[in-house]
Ligand binder design. Structure first.
Ligand SMILES: [Zn+2]
Length: 469
């Protein structure tokens, strides 16, 4: 047979070749084998009629959380909405790999390793040597780079700049949830992040979250973020479209351990301490994250309060803090000349945090006329693949990985997910198993093999992260 799977009669949108029209897509041996106006059904083992649907490269989520065991549920949550590839922004990478092996749903995953000052470094001011060791270890275990969580657990500005520098020297990825011991997770933190990066390459995580109106009107903050990113193209970035955020509800010595959580309590008019947190849950401002029926749910009020207390405050929590205006400005802003987007990708910062809404809300933006389908597809597939150097992903051209998402053009509901030629999701039901690690080093790829996974090397030197100037 010429094709293992043949998708017939869909509207194929491929951001690489610019194709947008009625085509058939043939997949063989895990790769895209042919895209043509008509491929004979007799040439395929399995034929799926996708008339009325959009056929796009497999969705790549550039920022998710599936690393800790409590968050492995996130793999199926992502697969169920058509995500095929994702980059975990948490770690430790060993846990991400373990989760992929047991709960991976057939997805492709790359992982960053979080540097948490005081937890996996000696204090908030780690030196070059300590950071080098952490980086080498992370890469050897399968990570593609580092994540700095300044917003939650800040390092000094000097140490933050050192982390960025060490990663750049070692040729690995580095993403920053902005914030340091000097500035918070807000527009001032973003301004500082641009300075700390200097001429280094840096990924700015979830830009929308710094535009929640802590200093000025959210739209004004979003427009400043757009200006900053337009004038500093050594940065790559993503933003998301979910209303809620995701942070920690953990209280230590009467205070939330995360600085983001403290900000969220203030935004809701609560005191940033244990008492305020309790009141925020009871008052319906804070939503406790709890696993139920195979997915993460959000519970507020007395029930949420009880879950939080029973877990000795060690739960995740979400607040409805993301401003719609700034999310939309960041989703659609373009460079002044040309067709390039200012913020490279639409992400979710989801996975196990229940806001994997990139297709659903992306389709809503298309319905409003804010984006076209080809533009949305570009921000969900080709741009993400380029950011991370996933050379064979993000396009429906011959020879590319057989990763496909089939989606309803009206609702954004994902109908089919295909990962390296295997169907992993049908109409929201996840059927994929195992997973594929995208690692940056041969040692990392070996670790994946030991865990029973297949893997692939990522050439970061070709990534947009390293090549854009
Ligand atoms: Zn995140």
């Amino acid at each position: 047979m010429k094709y293992d799977v043949l998708l017939k009669n869909g509207r194929v949108i491929d951001p690489l070749t610019g194709l947008d029209g009625k085509y058939d897509v043939g997949i063989r041996h895990g790769k895209i084998a042919a895209v043509s106006p008509s491929l004979p059904a007799v040439d395929a083992d399995s034929v799926i009629d996708v008339e009325g649907y959009i056929v796009m490269p497999g969705v790549i989520d550039t920022h998710v959380h599936v690393s800790s065991e409590a968050r492995w549920i996130g793999f199926s949550m992502m697969a169920s909405v058509g995500v095929i590839t994702a980059v975990d922004f948490g770690g430790p990478i060993q846990d991400t790999v373990k989760g992929l092996a047991t709960n991976g749903c057939g997805m492709n995953i790359a992982g960053l390793h979080t540097v948490t000052p005081g937890r996996n470094t000696k204090d908030a001011d780690p030196g070059v040597e300590e950071l080098s060791e952490i980086t080498d270890r992370a890469l050897a275990h399968g990570a593609i780079g580092l994540k700095i969580v300044g917003g939650h657990s800040p390092a000094t500005p000097e140490a933050t700049a050192r982390i960025i520098d060490v990663a750049n020297r070692k040729g690995c990825y580095v993403a920053f949830h902005v914030g340091s011991t000097r500035h918070g997770s807000d527009i001032e933190g973003l301004r500082e992040a641009v300075e700390l990066a200097g001429n280094n390459h840096l990924h700015i995580a979830h830009v929308n979250s710094y535009c929640r109106g802590l200093h000025r009107a959210p739209a004004a903050e979003a427009l400043e973020a757009v200006d900053l990113l337009r004038s500093h193209r050594n940065l790559v970035s993503e933003s998301y479209l979910g209303t809620i955020n995701g942070t920690s509800a953990h209280i230590k010595d009467g205070l939330p351990t995360s600085h983001v959580t403290r900000n969220c309590l203030r935004m809701g008019g609560y005191t940033p301490d244990e008492k305020g947190m309790g009141e925020a849950i009871l008052g319906g401002w804070a939503f406790i994250q709890v696993v139920r029926g195979g997915k993460m749910e959000l519970v507020t009020g007395e029930e949420g309060f009880r879950i939080w207390k029973d877990a000795e405050t060690k739960t995740g929590v979400s607040f409805p803090v993301n401003d719609t205006t700034s999310m939309h400005i960041l989703a659609i802003a373009k460079m002044k000349d040309g067709d390039e987007f200012v913020v490279d990708a639409i992400s979710t910062d989801g996975g196990a945090i229940p806001r994997n809404v990139q297709l659903e809300r992306g389709a809503a933006l298309v319905r409003l006329g804010a984006l076209t389908w080809p533009e949305l597809v570009r921000k969900l597939t080709l741009n993400p693949a380029r950011m991370f150097g996933f050379e064979h992903k993000g396009a429906l051209a011959e020879g590319f990985d057989g990763d496909v998402t089939v989606v309803c053009p009206v609702t954004g509901h994902a109908y089919l997910g295909i990962s390296r030629g295997q169907v992993i999701m049908i109409d929201g039901v996840v059927v994929g198993k195992g997973g594929h690690l995208l690692a940056a080093t041969p040692e990392g790829a070996l670790k994946a093999k030991e865990a029973g996974l297949t893997s692939q090397a990522v050439d970061l030197t070709k990534s947009l992260f390293f090549t854009r100037t």
